[in-house]
Design a protein around this ligand. Structure first.
Ligand code: GLV
Length: 325
């Protein structure tokens, strides 16, 4: 019997490829850039499995060209790039990679927070610009992290992992969550309305998925509520923050600084006015990028492919309701 055909839209670790090859004929896209939508569209008719990344738009039209498609496995915890409702309607399970990237992503959110608060990228630039002439009482003074108030918006796995880190810094913890309210007391936090969190926090860290409800959750009105000394950290999805409003808020001193791992669009064009601001630190969506974590994510994505091909429930499935019928 011929093996199932699987297309992976980006390189995979050699060990993961070798394991998948036991179960399927695997084609791996070897471009540095993602394949165009049309490339995936042309491949789908032959596929039983599709291993996608967050850079790939996987929509209903694409699924409709794949009568044999048994599984879509996204190598990411977020899955806003996939029309999951369309997949469910076609009985296609969709997998993601939760859990393994939680701590790595929380580390990075905290790294951004610390870098922005203590102005570390500016400090490097200061030296490169030949400005370091002496120890100076006020130069490059930043904001204290220890004892500050942090507001965490969204309190799933990653939000909670950031909360754990704040405990070591003696921070006051405010949270805004509907889904995980019962977890907040365990962290010594207080669950408050978003507006109150914005008004009181020195740091606001975003940990919500991108949905129609969270699209531009933080925009002009929200920046007006924030303290002029507040800092915004976003490691969730770029679309959660209105970047035009953020630019104005940073430029006009409505808030002090921002650290972003995610932007809308991605990549952020080098001409973006945000990149001209010293008080805006931007990273190219690398929060989960440790060698160990990316390796585990690839393995989990492969586990979901293998389960889908063999007809087993995916170990980490975002639409498990399809198994109820
Ligand atoms: C990264 O952003 C992910 O969703 O895994």
């Amino acid at each position: 019997m011929s093996k199932a055909t699987v297309f992976a839209t980006r390189e995979l670790p050699a060990a993961t490829r070798a394991r998948l090859a036991n179960y399927c004929d695997l084609e791996v896209w070897d471009g540095f850039l993602p394949p165009d939508y049309e490339v995936i569209l042309n491949k789908v008719p032959a596929l039983e499995g599709l291993l996608s990344l967050l850079t790939d738009r996987i929509d209903a039209a694409l699924m409709d060209t794949g009568p044999k498609l048994k599984v879509i496995s996204n190598m990411a915890v977020g899955f806003d790039n996939i029309d999951v409702a369309a997949a469910s309607a076609r009985n296609i399970p969709v997998g993601n990679t939760p859990g393994v990237l939680t701590e790595t992503t929380a580390d990075f959110a905290f790294a951004l927070l610390m870098a922005v608060a203590r102005r570390i990228p500016e400090a490097k630039q200061y030296i490169l610009d030949g400005k370091w002439q002496t120890w100076h009482p006020t130069v490059l003074s930043g904001q204290d992290i220890f004892g500050a108030t942090i507001g965490i918006v969204g309190f799933g796995r990653i939000g909670q992992a950031v909360a754990r880190r704040t405990q070591g810094f003696g921070m006051r913890l405010l949270v805004n969550t509907e889904d995980n309210a019962e977890d907040v007391p365990e962290f010594g936090g207080e669950n408050v309305a978003l507006d109150d969190l914005l008004k009181e926090s020195d740091f606001v860290s975003l940990h919500v998925p991108l949905t129609p409800d969270t699209q531009h959750l933080i925009s002009e009105r929200e920046f007006e509520l924030m303290k002029p000394t507040a800092m915004l950290i976003n490691t969730s999805r770029g679309g959660v923050v209105d970047l035009d409003a953020l630019y104005e808020a940073l430029r006009d001193g409505q808030i002090l600084a921002a650290g972003l791992d995610v932007t809308e669009p991605e990549p952020l064009p080098v001409e973006s006015p945000l990149l001209t601001l010293e008080n805006c630190l931007v990273a190219p969506h690398i929060a989960s990028a440790s060698v160990a974590t990316r390796t585990k994510m690839a393995e989990m994505a492969a586990d979901n492919i293998i389960a889908g091909l063999t007809g087993d429930p995916l170990p980490t499935c975002v639409n498990p309701e399809i198994y109820d019928v």
